[in-house]
Design a protein around this ligand. Structure first.
Ligand code: PEP
Ligand code: MN
Length: 371
């Protein structure tokens, strides 16, 4: 059960103390307070766990400071959508909104290689009005002898160039706590020219200790990729690990499933799950067409498979597209064969605009049909 308190409830006030006192004396029920600091208001929610089945909504709603009460099912307590649950389905970070009702594109380098390539990428993004990108500094690789990413040494120039080209948010994978510390340090050192969305890759979806420590991270939002060989439910529970520790600014990423059934794509495309995640949870949903498809193959209609699957995800309501680009795919140190070229950026964005417009028309049509 969640008690949603009146906005800006005074934690030093008498009413709040009375509420805590009451909760403290409830048998077999533990409570956990969570504050969400927005730009205008602080929202406080109290999660009650334990023996809550017998609690009456009316009684709990009448407690001091309580505005609303939501009874949650066992599944995805914090991030899930529950009956009569109208908690927000978006968050803001660095002035960018991440919600189930909008769309952001994160085109960029799978792996940072040289400052020149980073700059060419960022410049192209700015020219196309983009404010987000992807830049891999820590690369978990299948083969221990493959390039593992430049790590912390590239962070200062990546962040400075982002500032130079007005890039507000960089999605960057981390595989260890120490990477988060290095990102903090590099942002500090460069004067916070940009923001970072920490990415947890498919190989770490169930790295529970990493999830817990990033869940306690107060500053950065997180893009959690679906695990490539586990059920959707297991991956959604992984997202809930982040939220249960306090970080509920989580975007859920679909990136295809590992099975030869998907051949000749690198992974079996799972973008049909975009609306399912919208239905089950309050998380914005990201699609990663590059790591799903893994090639630049095109079909007889002249359209690359990467474009086709992106459109399929977007027309189903996806909220974020994470996609590999490179100024010279032949020179990329990681995943060159699936990278799009900078001269394709405008075309790619226009193709997405068409799919998004179609999605919005579909939503309007459904609304008219139901009315
Ligand atoms: C990536 O986005 O660079 C990546 C490695 O993705 P995934 O974890 O989905 O394989
Ligand atoms: Mn990659």
């Amino acid at each position: 059960m969640i008690l949603i308190l009146k906005p800006d409830t005074d934690k030093d006030g008498k009413e709040y103390r009375q509420l805590l006192e009451f909760l403290l004396h409830m048998k077999n029920i533990q409570s956990r307070v969570h504050d969400e600091k927005g730009t205008m208001h602080t929202l406080t929610e109290i999660y009650l766990v334990g023996d809550t089945a017998a609690l009456q909504i009316e009684e709990m709603s009448s407690l001091p400071c309580v505005e609303r009460v939501v009874r949650v099912s066992e599944e995805y307590r914090v991030l899930g959508r529950h009956h009569d649950d109208n908690r927000p389905t978006y968050f803001d970070y660095k002035g960018v909104r991440f919600g189930q009702d909008n769309l952001n594109i994160f085109a960029g380098l799978c792996a940072v290689d040289t400052p020149e390539h980073v700059e060419l990428m960022m410049k192209a993004l700015k020219e196309h009005g983009q404010q987000c990108t992807r830049m891999g500094a820590y690369k978990p690789r299948t083969n221990p002898y493959s390039f593992q990413g430049h790590g912390k040494s590239c962070l200062p120039y990546v962040f400075e160039l982002a500032g130079k080209y007005d890039i507000k948010v960089i999605a960057m994978e981390v595989t260890h706590d120490s990477h988060v510390r290095e990102i903090h340090q590099a942002l500090e050192q460069t004067g916070h020219p940009t923001g970072v969305m920490l990415q947890i890759g498919t190989r770490n979806t169930q790295n529970f200790e990493l999830l817990k420590s990033i869940g306690r991270e107060p500053e950065f939002p997180v893009l959690l990729k679906r695990g490539f060989g586990i059920t959707l439910e297991e991956s959604l529970n992984a997202a809930e690990y982040l939220a249960s520790e306090g970080n509920r600014r989580v975007v859920f990423g679909l990136r295809g499933m590992k099975t030869n059934m998907g051949d000749p794509h690198r992974n079996f495309i799972d973008f049909a799950h975009v609306p399912v995640i919208h239905r089950l949870t309050r998380m914005p949903v990201c699609i990663d067409p590059s790591h799903s498809v893994g090639t630049r193959d095109a079909t007889s209609d002249g359209i690359l498979d990467i474009f086709h699957v992106t459109a399929q995800g977007v027309i189903a309501g996806a909220n974020m597209v994470l996609v590999d680009f490179h100024p010279y795919p032949g020179k990329a140190l990681v995943d060159g064969p699936q990278a799009l070229r900078l001269d394709e950026l405008g075309y790619f964005l226009e193709d997405i605009r068409i799919a998004r417009e179609a999605y919005e028309k579909r939503v309007a049509l459904a609304g008219k049909f139901r009315a």
